[in-house]
Design a binder for this molecule. Structure first.
Ligand code: FES
Length: 104
């Protein structure tokens, strides 16, 4: 699955995202250092916040209460904000782009 990663400074990089692991893990595996993901995906840091666009948004998992609370703690929340550690990539999701949100 093709994933376009956009850093807060605006640099763009296309990566081939593997299915079965999260968007956060894919971004980290590609060596993009701008995604801090400090808690390693245990839904407690919100430093994996991205603005996410996918071809098939209907295939995204719903936002849990914990994810919602963490996103609310950001001053930069947008309608397409997600925690990238909460989304396991599926091939059927199609083309994706994830813009790394600025830190709060
Ligand atoms: Fe910490 Fe996603 S990596 S909440």
């Amino acid at each position: 699955t093709n994933l376009l990663v956009i850093t807060p400074s605006g640099s763009r990089r296309r990566i081939e995202a593997a299915a079965g692991i999260t968007i956060m893990e894919n971004i980290r595996n590609a060596g993009v250092g701008e995604l801090a993901a400090l808690c390693g995906g245990c839904r407690s840091c919100a430093t994996c916040h991205v603005y996410l666009e996918v071809e098939r948004p209907d295939l995204l998992p719903p936002i849990s209460d914990e994810e919602n609370d963490l996103l609310d703690s950001s001053d930069h929340r947008r309608t397409n904000s997600r925690l990238s550690c909460q989304i396991v990539v599926k091939a059927e999701m199609g083309m994706m782009s994830a813009e790394i949100a600025p830190e709060t």
